[in-house]
Design a protein around this ligand. Structure first.
Ligand SMILES: Cc1cc2nc3c(=O)[nH]c(=O)nc-3n(C[C@H](O)[C@H](O)[C@H](O)COP(=O)(O)O)c2cc1C
Length: 202
């Protein structure tokens, strides 16, 4: 399975870390592309270091959470397979997804590889999952999210639930990551499912 994980500058880098780890454990062929703001958020939210170089943060992030085969693609490297519909990409996940990137994808402006890959998935009617995070949401944000949903994307908001009685932040993170993996058909159980109890099952 070929997957691109796009990481943009919304809060929520831990969700991306959990998704990357699960995809890598699953044996998926994963490419990672992070925007400049996404790299800044990784430095802050994963390594607690606001001053860390974004490129260094991304490399460390992929080494910590990916597999040795996980490839990093530069923000404007359109030689990546995800940039063309002629390459078969099973899923593009944009997590976390900023409102800026949502707006750019919806406008079809394709300003970087993440937006381009998202647009390719929509035009090819393949899987695109976005994980937006912002609050409160303006009517512009809400309308953009609706347009993206109507264009074929899965919108899985970074909204963890509490009915599984989370004990740790990782439980909350795993809930959102698990819903993303469900939506692309990766069969791992990161979170407890209502009516079942098998957290941690393979
Ligand atoms: C630490 C940090 C947290 C941010 N959190 C959010 C957020 O939760 N949602 C959002 O839409 N933008 C957020 N932003 C603003 C975006 O990063 C900014 O709009 C940026 O231009 C997005 O560009 P990108 O989509 O190319 O990453 C945040 C910025 C920083 C530095």
């Amino acid at each position: 399975m070929r997957v691109m994980l796009g990481i943009t500058g919304a809060s929520g880098a831990p969700y991306a870390a959990r998704i990357l780890r699960a995809l890598s454990d699953h044996g998926a062929d994963v490419g990672v592309c992070a925007s400049a703001a996404g790299r800044q958020v990784i430095a802050l939210e994963i390594y607690g270091d606001r001053g860390m170089d974004g490129g260094d943060a991304l490399e460390r992030f992929v080494a910590d959470h990916g597999s040795p085969d996980t490839r990093i693609w530069a923000e404007r490297d359109y030689s990546a397979p995800y940039a063309s519909g002629s390459s078969r990409t099973d899923a593009v996940i944009v997590c976390p997804c900023s409102m800026a990137s949502i707006g750019t994808i919806v406008a079809g402006a394709e300003a970087n590889l993440i937006h381009r890959a998202a647009g390719v998935q929509l035009k090819e009617r393949r899987k695109l999952v976005v994980v937006p995070r912002e609050t409160p949401l303006s009517s512009i944000h809400l309308e953009n999210l609706l347009r993206l949903r109507n264009a074929g994307a899965d919108v899985i908001a970074a909204m963890p639930a509490f009915y599984h009685l989370p004990q740790t932040i990782d439980d909350l993170v795993a809930f959102v990551a698990g819903r993303v993996l469900d939506s692309i058909g990766v069969d791992v159980t990161l979170h407890e499912r209502w009516g079942e109890s098998q957290v941690g099952a393979p």
